[in-house]
Design a protein around this ligand. Structure first.
Ligand SMILES: Cc1ncc(COP(=O)(O)O)c(C=O)c1O
Length: 408
């Protein structure tokens, strides 16, 4: 049995009180980034205090030690997402960089096609728009269902052709919370010979996610959204897929031999990791994976379902509040975006902050095309994580009720 109060003690940020009135911080912006437990902070510190040396570059003992730590971390992270081998894990700066590695690494020909969705974060739209301008590829979008809560997958058959080179979509929407049936999409994409890329930035941190079960070729996620340090992300590349992708960045470590005439690439995964890596970040991410594994991803998912169900039920009682995304909590992650009729999203967020020190995000959440599809200028987003409590959710809903009542 997980004791949430004990979990909360691991997170120094949860001790923060507002100077002005001593109110605790109610942090409901976990889709943007999460707090870090002491175990992760200590792991990062340990790199700087005990293991500072460059990885893969020294023959002396300390360099070997930190290289082992770095590569053991890769193995741990590979296991966490069900990869077949550690060499399928490439360390990047974040999800955004991982998308760009694929965008700049694939061998595009004019007329090639990319299928993505209108539900994507900008990081899974803009790189493809750049590629479209550069190479004359076609970019196609899966639209939403009429109620705006799911992808209209009936379109898929029509969008997929023998020219489809890549199908890329999010596992969980960072606005609607919708969990997409990515496995079905992946199977259909493979039928036309396309590569599949999954944005798992909002799924890997929150629910069991296994690349072998999903059968995807590529998958990305960010450490900072799953208790880990900032500045580190993961690109999962199924073994064999590297044959289709040229390393877009050159430098040290990603080569085997270099002459003035040319070079040969290093083995996987190092050929995609040029330059000195973020060893502290990788070690910190491994500590985050340890932390999540100890709690169990099933528990994390159940806990978030409980909080989401509570919030959805209460918000449904407010007739001035529109909640976006699926009604059924089983079809969504712990993300709830909403609007209060006639009130700017930023104003709602400011009032939540002002009244009870509640942190939510407002604006477009890096998903402007989705907001345009929904026909709204912006939205307010509350997103939960494993350290949030029912009391916090109740305080959030109660405060929102007060705000609505004071405005109408
Ligand atoms: C669904 C989704 N994809 C991609 C990203 C980009 O992540 P990062 O900024 O860490 O690269 C985010 C971040 O908000 C996200 O929510």
């Amino acid at each position: 049995m997980v004791n949430i109060e004990n979990v909360r003690k691991d997170f120094p940020m949860l001790n923060k009180r507002r100077k002005r009135d001593g109110k605790p911080l109610i942090y409901l912006d976990n889709a943007a980034t999460t707090f870090k437990p002491r175990q992760v902070i200590e792991a990062v510190l340990s790199y700087y205090e005990d293991f500072t040396a460059n990885v893969h570059r020294g023959i002396y003992e300390l360099s070997q030690e930190v290289t082992n730590l770095y590569e053991d971390s890769r193995e741990k992270i590979a296991k966490f997402i069900g990869a077949r081998k550690p060499s399928e894990i490439i360390f990047t700066k974040n999800s955004t960089e991982a998308f760009n590695i694929i965008a700049y690494g694939l061998d595009w020909k004019p007329g090639d096609e990319i299928v993505t969705t209108v539900m994507e974060h900008h990081s899974n739209i803009v790189p493809w728009q750049i590629i479209r301008e550069k190479f004359g590829v076609k970019l196609k979008f899966i639209d939403l269902t009429d109620d705006g809560s799911h992808l209209n997958l009936d379109m898929l058959e029509e969008l997929l052709t023998e020219r489809t080179k890549l199908v890329t979509l999010t596992h969980v929407s960072n606005v609607l919370g919708t969990i997409n049936p990515v496995r079905d999409v992946i199977r259909k994409a493979h039928e036309v010979g396309a590569l599949t890329l999954i944005d798992a930035a909002q799924s890997v941190p929150h629910m069991p996610a296994n690349v072998r079960e999903l059968e995807c070729d590529l998958l990305v996620f960010s450490s900072h959204k799953m208790l880990g340090p900032t500045g580190i992300g993961v690109l999962y590349m199924r073994s064999g897929v590297e044959e289709h992708i040229q390393p877009p960045f050159g430098g040290g470590e990603m080569i085997k031999t270099v002459t003035l005439e040319g070079c040969t690439w290093n083995d996987m995964p190092w050929r995609f990791e040029p330059g000195t890596p973020n060893a502290a970040g990788v070690i910190g991410l491994a500590a985050a994976v340890d932390y999540l594994s100890e709690l169990g991803m099933d528990w994390v998912r159940k806990h978030e379902i409980k909080l989401t169900e509570l919030a959805m039920k209460r918000l449904a009682e407010f007739d001035k509040v529109t909640v976006y995304g699926p009604k059924n909590t089983k079809e969504r992650g712990g993300i709830i975006s909403f609007n209060v009729e006639g009130v700017e999203g930023h104003d709602v967020a400011l009032l939540l902050d002002e009244f009870e020190n509640i942190a939510v995000r407002s604006g477009l959440h890096c998903a402007e095309p989705l907001h345009r599809k929904l026909g709204v200028q912006s939205s307010v987003r509350a997103s939960f994580y494993l350290y949030n409590t029912e009391e916090e959710v109740n305080l959030f809903c109660g405060t929102l009720e007060k705000i609505v009542n004071s405005l109408f």
